[in-house]
Design a protein around this ligand. Structure first.
Ligand code: SHN
Ligand code: NAI
Length: 199
């Protein structure tokens, strides 16, 4: 499997089924501002709230093959294997599909993700053990604490300024490596000082 980051903002995502698993996937899609549409005769209370708040669209009935038309990405998340298979069959070659109970027929898997601002660490076991992926995520949450969010903002600023102001290649590389020291991650005052002294 080929790992990438996918821009999903405003893209049409169809979720078939409105249960526990659908809700878990939709939460993550909404965080990335996807345009989510759910087809299902029943939905969870959480999804109901999203409908009331205008955050998702809900088609209140069972799946029809034409529902997949116009979707960029599709998740078949019903508790009925043959319905999920039909959803997969209804997709065209170019559509990305995830079937929650049939990894072998999916184009992509969802990953366990640790987010610290711009830093995203995604874990996959390629379907072998989603629970291990979740466990590793919990371990990484401890290692990569909240501080990484500010640190990464600093790295972005510093990198930009170094590229704009330092033209000597050797010094540029020196400075880009210098900011990797934990010292800067842990100390805001040192970060400010570093930014002021770039020349
Ligand atoms: C292939 C994949 C396809 C996909 O869903 O994309 C898939 C498939 C299946 N999951 C199943 C079960 C569970 N999945 C979880 C949890 C997560 N599952 C996720 C991803 C993936 N799950 C993809 C591979 C990821 C990888 O391997 O790295 C995570 C990481 C991300 C996410 O869902 O967003 C998220 C944790 C996120 C977090 O904590 O951050 C739990 C635990 C829990 O819910 O607490 C259980 C119950 C325990 C168990 O069964 O192990 C079953 C059996 C269903 C059944 O028996 O009926 C199948 C189907 C099969 O294996 O055939
Ligand atoms: N990939 C993953 O991460 C995981 C996958 N699973 C699998 O996910 C599946 C769904 O699990 P849950 O969400 O817990 O089930 P659930 O019972 O909570 O929800 C099923 C949903 O599918 C809807 N549905 C049923 N027939 C439909 C149809 N013809 N058209 C549209 N919607 C329909 C139901 O109305 C309900 O909203 C299970 O088969 C399970 O094996 C379970 C755990 C994790």
């Amino acid at each position: 499997m080929y790992p990438i980051m996918l821009k999903i903002e405003q893209k049409r995502v169809l979720i078939v089924g409105g249960g526990k698993v659908a809700t878990q996937k939709i939460d993550k899609l909404l965080e990335q501002n996807a345009n989510v549409c759910v087809v299902s005769p029943t939905i969870t209370d959480t999804l109901h709230n999203y409908v009331l708040n205008g955050q998702i669209q809900w088609i209140n009935r069972t799946f029809k093959q034409e529902d997949t038309k116009d979707a960029f990405l599709v998740i078949a998340a019903t508790n009925n294997r043959s319905v999920n298979e039909l959803v997969k069959k209804s997709c065209s070659e170019g559509q990305l599909i995830n079937v929650v109970d049939a990894p072998e027929t999916s184009d992509f898997y969802n990953m366990a993700v640790v987010e610290r601002g711009e830093l995203k660490i995604a874990i996959s076991t390629e379907g072998a053990s989603p629970t291990l992926a979740r466990k590793i995520k919990r371990d990484l949450i401890e290692v990569f604490d909240d501080g990484y969010e500010d640190y990464l903002r600093f790295l972005l600023k510093a990198r930009k300024k170094i590229k704009e102001t330092v033209h000597d290649e050797e010094r540029k590389n020196y400075l880009l490596n210098e900011i990797m020291y934990d010292f800067y991650r842990k100390n805001e005052v040192e970060r400010e000082r570093f930014l002021e002294n770039i020349n």
